[in-house]
Design a protein around this ligand. Structure first.
Ligand SMILES: [Zn+2]
Ligand SMILES: [Zn+2]
Length: 458
């Protein structure tokens, strides 16, 4: 069959696109069986059936098309979009992953120079960005399990490729989490195995930096994991409590507020030791971290996570205090200031948290009180301002009316807020006129939060 031409679709190929739009896998299967249907046919915009299916988030049809030999890297689209870009835009993590597994290039750019990850970030599909930025095909690791060039032995034992791949593809970069992943696998948690692994990680890092299409994100990630592995080796060699000792060091909080100083310093040191100082990502990281005093926000962990996973709006409150896992929801029942995945994580942290728990409880109570007080103050201030505004508006009523039209009541309360002559926004009007309601709602929601936390502890 001749290679497909843009917009040159026959009847059955049009039916295929229709079936894809409806997610009708049975119909798509039937049509793909026809010898008149080209799996990589192009519509008038240069979109393939796979691009359509990816964009519409049809998981099963994507699988089917790939099985029928759909070209994941077809680049005939009028604006240079690829199937991976459409997957990222759709926000479907599973399809994004599927395109990557099928060999989608991550560095291809569209007609305005954007990669799939950048496009997904642009439309706020951050989960897809994370998937793309952290993808590392197993074959790339398996390469090291075969002797290369003059080597007599492979750089990596085949049995280590699986466990190492699991660590490499983690999207949770918390050092404790990575040590836990190592500990999970007895094959990996040995000095010799870890030595091989960290050397392979360094090689991958080097490759990422030296290849034509440089991948700084992956390079920094490999280097960071390599640093953690090297520290693991030290603890395995020198400490009786081995990797548990490393975890304790990482978790140990300082006396004043329980802040894990060693962990912060360790992550900073890992970043500083990145061997390619000309890398843009490194300079960006250093610029973000350097001005932050140890113990203040943002932590090196959150800055690194943001840079590598592409997570924006990183809120520390959602993450396990021990291992950094997202979506942790169990609070310490005493202080309510720390969150864990489960009892295991809480137990691991208790040796150091017990020293700070009481103090944190006081901080928590103080914060609650202060928040309530601040709200009240704000409410008083707003009432006062509203009154003043009403007064001053009376003196220049004519002017106000000419500026803001007829709706006097609402406008009057707002004018005083604004010194510049801009139109009042809906928000300022609402808060100024219903201060009482706001306070009540706030206290209520604080109660429900506490209730929820207690529930989750039971
Ligand atoms: Zn945890
Ligand atoms: Zn506590």
């Amino acid at each position: 069959m001749a290679p497909p031409k843009k917009g040159d679709l026959n009847e059955e190929e049009r039916e295929l696109l229709e079936a894809i739009g409806k997610g009708n896998t049975a119909e798509a299967t039937r049509l793909l069986g026809s010898k008149n249907v080209h799996v990589n046919c192009l519509d008038e915009h240069g979109m393939t059936p796979l691009m359509h299916a990816a964009y519409k988030g049809k998981v099963d049809v994507c699988k089917l098309l790939l099985r029928h030999g759909a070209d994941v890297n077809c680049n005939e689209h009028e604006h240079g979009y690829t199937a991976l870009m459409f997957a990222g835009l759709s926000g479907n993590k599973e399809i994004t992953w599927m395109m990557l597994e099928a060999g989608a290039e991550t560095d291809t750019v569209n007609s305005v120079g954007r990669t799939a990850a950048q496009m997904a970030a642009f439309v706020g599909q951050h989960d897809c960005v994370t998937v793309i930025n952290n993808f590392f095909p197993r074959e790339r690791l398996d390469y090291y399990t075969k002797p290369q060039g003059l080597d007599k032995e492979p750089k990596l034992l085949a049995k280590l490729a699986g466990p190492l791949h699991k660590v490499i593809t983690t999207t949770n970069l918390h050092p404790v989490k990575i040590v836990l992943l190592v500990k999970e696998n007895p094959l990996l948690a040995e000095v010799e195995a870890m030595q091989k692994c960290y050397r392979v990680l360094d090689l991958i890092c080097e490759k990422c930096m030296k290849q034509r299409d440089m991948n700084e994100v992956l390079a920094v990630k490999m280097h960071y994991i390599s640093c953690i592995f090297q520290k693991c080796i030290l603890f395995l060699k020198e400490r009786e409590d081995k990797l548990d000792g490393f975890i304790r060091s990482l978790l140990k909080g300082r006396d004043t507020d329980g802040f894990p100083v060693y962990q912060e310093k360790f992550i900073r040191e890992c970043i500083r030791k990145f061997p390619y100082c000309e890398a843009t990502l490194l300079q960006q990281l250093v610029r973000s971290i350097a001005p932050v005093e140890i113990g203040s926000d943002p932590t090196a962990f959150s800055i690194l996570t943001q840079a590598i996973t592409g997570q924006v709006g990183f809120v520390e409150a959602e993450f396990c205090t021990t291992c950094g896992e997202k979506g942790a929801a169990k609070r310490c029942s005493i202080c309510k200031m720390v969150i864990y995945c489960d009892q295991n994580c809480q137990k691991m942290h208790w040796f150091t948290h017990k020293k700070a728990c009481k103090k944190l409880k006081e901080v928590h109570e103080k914060q609650e009180l202060e928040a309530a007080r601040e709200k009240k103050q704000q409410e008083r201030k707003q009432k006062k301002e509203a009154a003043q505004a009403a007064e001053s508006a009376l003196t220049s009523e004519e002017q106000v009316i000419s500026e803001f039209g007829d709706n006097k009541e609402v406008e009057l309360t707002c004018v005083g807020d604004k010194t510049e002559k801009t139109a009042p926004t809906k928000d300022t009007c609402a808060t100024a006129s219903q201060g009482d309601d706001v306070i009540e709602e706030k206290t209520q929601s604080a109660d429900t939060v506490v209730e929820k936390a207690q529930e989750s502890e039971e």
